[in-house]
Design a protein around this ligand. Structure first.
Ligand SMILES: Cc1cc2nc3c(=O)[nH]c(=O)nc-3n(C[C@H](O)[C@H](O)[C@H](O)COP(=O)(O)OP(=O)(O)OC[C@H]3O[C@@H](n4cnc5c(N)ncnc54)[C@H](O)[C@@H]3O)c2cc1C
Length: 425
């Protein structure tokens, strides 16, 4: 046995699991496929500059108490999100400031926002939605009779909430995010309160170091075997590790690449085969002639949600932008990115841009969890209970705060607790 507990994956769920195991006096070894810790918490320099940015998740909400606790314990500080000084809206036809639509389109726009607010508040109060069965975002927009302007607005906020294909993903993923605030789409800003300095990847590294976990990088696990005495993990690099128990802290969409002996429960296998549909594109843009604090949203496609966050070390402004993975933005193509920027910031000069492709990343295969309307059960934490000596964690099926770093940490801590109880039995 190399350790009491082997942890698969060095994201925030894996780091939290290691931290909780260490508190209980258990030794841990972490097997991580990448050459770094942090997973979808990915802090790195913007290409060719000294600016450390979050290429995966970034914001944390005021009620995310576990990540705040770990940040404090590891000397990570919190940066408040820049105040929004100005709003710009693109209604699908033209750029507007002052209000999101023309006078003529205003009544139908406000009717759609009122319907969204009503349904989001039902969610907030724990009441059922006024419909039965699966409801994708697209069907929902038809149901509330959303005008083209309202659709442009909703799809912009969709890029940072439900994300993924609106024809497939559940509308509840969007309404739940509207419920963070007063029920309107724009009120989901309430949740984007802080970012971490120096970053979430560094938080994961420090949590792992504090837990004195034995971190093995470039160790992608391809097979998990367990019997009544322990768990053996076989890595693609040929390394084999045994431990008394294991915790798989892996993205839902990375699980199909692995084999489990004995096989997992039928419900887990079905959930793994279906996966989740989180598919936003997040880009960082360095621009000139734009001040920090401008929020821009809407448009016919391309970048749909942009926020000029802060100044870079070289005096340019950093804009974070989100798009749907629907082919309307080509993130590698300068013309496509520049055109998307110019739609909202005609005054801007694009200096450089950078991003990470999470959809094709073999160890993520998607962004944050977004459940298909037909199959919302796949994220149900109940399905993801321990099987024998193997426990499961990730923000993708966390019991609370799923899709957030906070969910990853809570889920890692819960899986570690279940493992501690097993080993103490
Ligand atoms: C673009 C983007 C924006 C986001 N924005 C936010 C935000 O603003 N706020 C927020 O709270 N959350 C945000 N999220 C979500 C957040 O990043 C995730 O929910 C969280 O990081 C997931 O943590 P995790 O530990 O569950 O999974 P991961 O971070 O994915 O960690 C899993 C680890 O397992 C490793 N792994 C995979 N396969 C194997 C294998 N076979 N063997 C060994 N290791 C393996 C991976 O390399 C990874 O390191 C965002 C995510 C993305 C992609």
């Amino acid at each position: 046995m190399r350790a009491d507990v082997a942890i698969l994956g060095a994201g925030l769920a894996g780091a939290a699991a290691a931290s909780r195991c260490a508190e209980a006096g258990l030794s841990t070894i972490i097997l991580e496929a990448r050459d770094r810790a942090g997973g979808r918490g990915f802090t790195r320099k913007f290409t060719g500059s000294a600016d450390l940015l979050e290429f995966g998740g970034g914001w944390i909400a005021p009620w995310h108490d576990r990540i705040r606790d770990h940040a404090e314990r590891t000397g990570i500080t919190l940066r408040p999100t820049h105040a929004i000084n100005k709003h710009r809206w693109h209604d699908g036809q033209m750029l507007r400031s002052g209000q999101p639509t023309s006078e003529e389109a205003r009544t139908s726009f406000e009717r759609a926002i009122a319907a969204i607010r009503h349904d989001a508040l039902l969610y907030k109060e724990g009441k059922p939605f006024p419909w039965q069965g699966p409801m994708t975002l697209s069907r929902y927009l038809d149901r509330i009779g959303a005008s083209p302007e309202a659709r442009a607005h909703v799809l912009a906020w969709w890029t940072i909430s439900g994300n993924g294909d609106p024809e497939k993903i559940a509308a509840s993923e969007f309404l739940a995010s509207c419920a963070y605030g007063d029920g309107t789409p724009a009120s989901m800003m309430t949740a984007l309160r802080h970012t971490l300095v120096p970053g979430t990847g560094i938080l994961a590294e420090r949590m792992i170091a504090q837990a004195k976990a034995d971190l093995r990088l470039n160790a992608a696990v391809s097979a998990v075997r367990q019997d009544q005495d322990g768990v053996t993990l076989i890595c693609a690099n040929g390394e084999t590790v045994s431990a008394r128990a294991a915790i798989a802290c892996l993205p839902l969409n990375a699980l199909p690449a692995m084999s489990f002996t004995p096989g997992l429960s039928e419900r887990k296998q079905r959930a793994i085969a279906l996966g989740h549909g989180g598919r936003s594109l997040k880009l960082w843009l360095k621009v000139k002639n734009v001040a920090p604090g401008i929020l821009a949203s809407g448009g016919p496609g391309g970048l749909r949600w942009l926020f000029s966050e802060r100044q870079a070390a070289d005096g340019t402004t950093l804009i974070v932008g989100f798009a749907l993975d629907d082919g309307t933005l080509l993130p590698e193509d300068r013309n496509s990115v520049a055109a998307a920027l110019a739609r909202f910031f005609p005054e801007a000069e694009l200096v450089a841009w950078d991003w990470h492709d999470w959809v094709n990343d073999p160890y993520a295969r998607g962004t944050w969890v977004a459940l298909p309307a037909e199959e919302t059960w796949i994220g149900d934490a109940e399905i993801w209970g321990r099987e024998g000596r193997l426990a499961f964690a990730t923000s993708d099926f966390a019991e609370s705060c799923a899709g957030w770093f906070e969910g990853a940490i809570r889920s890692g801590e819960a899986a570690a607790q279940a493992t501690i109880e097993l080993l103490n039995d």
